[in-house]
Design a protein around this ligand. Sequence first.
Ligand code: F6P
Length: 322
Amino acid sequence: MKIKRIGVMTTGGDAPGMNAAIRAVVRSARYRGLEVVGIERGYAGLIDGSMKILDVRSVSGIINKGGTILHTVRSKEFRQKIYRKRAYEHLREHKIDGLVVIGGDGSLHGSLSMYKESGIPCIVIPATIDNDLPKTDYTIGFDTAVNTAVDAIDKIRDTATSHERVFIVEVMGREHGFLALEVGLVSGAEVIMIPEIKTNIKKVIKSLEDGRRRGKSSSIIVTAEGAGNPNSIADEISKNTKMDVRVTILGHIQRGGTPSAFSRMLACKFGAEAVRLLCEGRYNRMVGIVGKTIVSFPIADVVKGKKSINYSDYNLAQIFAI
Ligand code: F6P
């Protein structure tokens, strides 16, 4: 089948670099003589038919913008077949014969259902600050979120040092610790708490006290949102030590902002690769990067895969926290 018109949409949580990816898809498609339809609000827009033609000028000036010009929704309706059927009708109505879905876990599962049920060729571009998708070293947005969190922690450290406090800084990541681990390592955190490694609070308290004995007057604990309630951890430390403890939850600040050069670079390369795969008839795949190589894998394999955290990075952080 020769693809003539493709759809592009963003789903799940926004990630810095999504706009750069939309631009890359639109311009690569133009280069290959394809038309592009932008689907607004992800799967929700597919269900209600919110679509518009994206010409080359419609993506001008967005490579450096956070968020997504197409908007995004976490659609519960798309989980039901009756709504998915409506989405397929809209795709046919708009003569869309291939789809590029930019997003995280939900994009993968949604695309898999679409391809199985309607035969519409899909390519997923991984974009989430959580970096929790298998088969790719990095997702669009992760590097920017790491930089945003590190910048915030550098500022928090000024107060921690001045007041000789312990700061517990919670970062996002859903049920994974990829973001927390990288942020913790490069911000020089004394303790990193991630869901993949069970935290022993007694050990944490002992390491904070040992640090004080070795002359540390303040400490930063970076904790993943999936690793437990930071306020309970703060209470435990306060109850058992004389340390002054504060909690900062970084929250959605990590999702916004200007995409870093690395997030934009992934967006450019993933966008071009997604369009190339559709043109070459290599459907139902997720693009990714392994080392410096742009790769792609069947979505069915990606959803079965599991990404493991880098335990040696965790050990390094512990060595450096002396
Ligand atoms: O998947 C990205 C993410 O930011 C997670 O880290 C976080 O758990 C979740 O989205 C928050 O989602 P929402 O913005 O819908 O509350």
